[in-house]
Design a protein around this ligand. Structure first.
Ligand SMILES: *Cc1c(COP(=O)(O)O)cnc(C)c1O
Length: 436
């Protein structure tokens, strides 16, 4: 008799290496077979409510037909073409439609993911100064910022805490204190003033650019800053002659209640990085938007002034078609109504959470809601894993960052589904937290 054929989970356990996972302590992964709206259907027939938009990428619900059909149409027409010396309608229309929404930014450089979008922005900033004969080679970033897992992005996110084995391979970046704030925060003015003083001390004629996540640091634990502070940072950086790069990989496409977090600001960046929500969560793609001024710094009679950077799948037509279809939905009145609705539901829940004795540091920006469980452990400990399982047992896909519970749902999430998530957050605080 032959042995039973291996199950999907057998094969997974033998051959798959999962990201951000300690396989020895991680529970067996859940096999997902189908998604619809905010719901993921598992192979065992159970359902999970996706409250993290599947690693912050999904916008309009899973397997949305408008995007699925756009990809299928494009796949039957042109799946890919080398993007040096060639162009195509999906990339060109996407670049035009996106820059129309980005005042001051007119050029788009395509890559493959959030990390590459950041690498490209850093390289554009550094090479623009090089091409102009300026010795501006230093980069600034904020403590706790996360910008991806490639080496440049790791260097700019060196304080995010994941990179000990690579520390001596990272290039030097000057880090500034990040004045995170929350409901009832009384010291934010002083912390912002200290951060601005650190910025003043760090700025100089050798600085190329500052890289920052506008309004919300995602991976650091949904840490929020006030728009007025960011406006002041951008003003001072520009006054010193350096560039401003906004990493909107997580905040882009409506998460903050506006199309981009930059819409909450008066000051404008020189470069912006996008990925995650760019294709509505369907296909990997990164995009870096730049000013015309930066683009012109690369023009010249010789190739050495050009931006010698590219990826095999640059401007992949399927990903561009997905992004265009997602943009149709994102720019609809229906989606802005969802942003307002989720924002209002979160605002009501925020008060309820703040009233719980075991909950601290409640904060909200648009469709993102976060709160900390008082007394629960730090990232990397077992708390986030235990909490993940606690929420999963209640039918919720949530991935707390340490003791930070957060919601970052697809925009089609219903009020009833949100109520379920708020209730689970309050229960989790009751189970895992302690009063002050
Ligand atoms: C996720 C993330 C990145 C990295 O994107 P990947 O697609 O995972 O490489 C960069 N910046 C921010 C702010 C992110 O949240």
């Amino acid at each position: 008799m032959s042995a039973a054929p291996p199950t999907l989970l057998d094969l997974d356990a033998r051959h798959v290496w999962h990201p951000f996972t300690q396989s020895r302590t991680a529970p067996t992964p859940t096999v997902i077979v189908r998604g619809e709206g905010a719901v993921l259907h598992a192979a065992d027939g159970s359902q999970l409510l996706d409250m993290v938009s599947s690693w912050w990428v999904n916008l309009h619900g899973h397997a949305h037909p408008h995007i699925a059909q756009a990809i299928a149409r494009q796949a039957g027409t042109l799946e890919h073409v080398i993007f040096a010396g060639f162009t195509h309608a999906p990339a060109t229309h996407l670049a035009a439609r996106l820059t129309a929404e980005l005042p001051g930014l007119s050029r788009v450089f395509f890559s493959d993911n959030g990390s590459t979008a950041v690498e490209v922005a850093l390289k554009i900033a550094l090479q623009a100064h090089h091409n102009r004969g300026e010795r501006r080679t230093r980069l600034l970033a904020f403590d706790g910022g996360y910008h991806g897992d490639t080496f440049g992005a790791m260097s700019a996110g060196a304080t995010s805490g994941f990179y000990a084995p690579f520390q001596d391979k990272l290039f030097g970046v000057t880090f500034l204190p990040y004045p995170a704030t929350w409901d009832g925060d009384e010291d934010v003015d002083a912390r912002e003033a200290a951060a601005l003083a650190a910025l003043d001390a760090a700025l100089g004629d050798d600085v190329s650019a500052i890289l920052l996540e506008p309004l919300v640091q995602g991976s650091a634990g949904m840490r929020v800053t006030r728009p007025a502070f960011l406006n002041e940072v951008i003003r001072r950086v520009h006054a010193s002659g350096a560039l401003v790069i906004l990493d909107e990989v997580m905040t882009g496409f409506g998460r903050t209640g506006e199309l981009f977090a930059a819409r909450h600001l008066q000051e404008r960046p020189d470069l912006m990085c996008f990925s995650k929500g760019l294709t509505g969560g369907f296909l990997p793609m990164g995009l870096t938007a730049a000013t015309e001024d930066l683009y012109l710094a690369f023009e010249g009679d010789t190739f050495d002034r050009a931006f010698a950077h590219g990826h095999s799948y640059t401007a992949n037509p399927l990903a561009c078609a997905a992004a265009l279809a997602s943009l149709d939905l994102t720019l609809s009145a229906e989606t802005s109504a969802h942003w307002a609705r989720i924002g209002a539901r979160h605002a009501a829940a925020r008060a309820e959470l703040a009233a719980h004795p075991n909950v601290t540091h409640v904060r909200q920006v648009g469709t993102i809601l976060a709160a900390e469980i008082r007394g629960a452990g730090e990232y990397g400990g077992n708390t986030s894993l235990e909490l993940r399982q606690y929420f999963a047992a209640r039918g919720l896909l949530m991935r707390p960052l340490g003791n930070v519970m957060y919601l970052l749902p697809p925009y089609v999430v219903t009020d009833e589904q949100l109520r379920q998530a708020y209730g689970a957050m309050l229960d989790a605080a009751g189970t895992y937290g302690r009063p002050a």
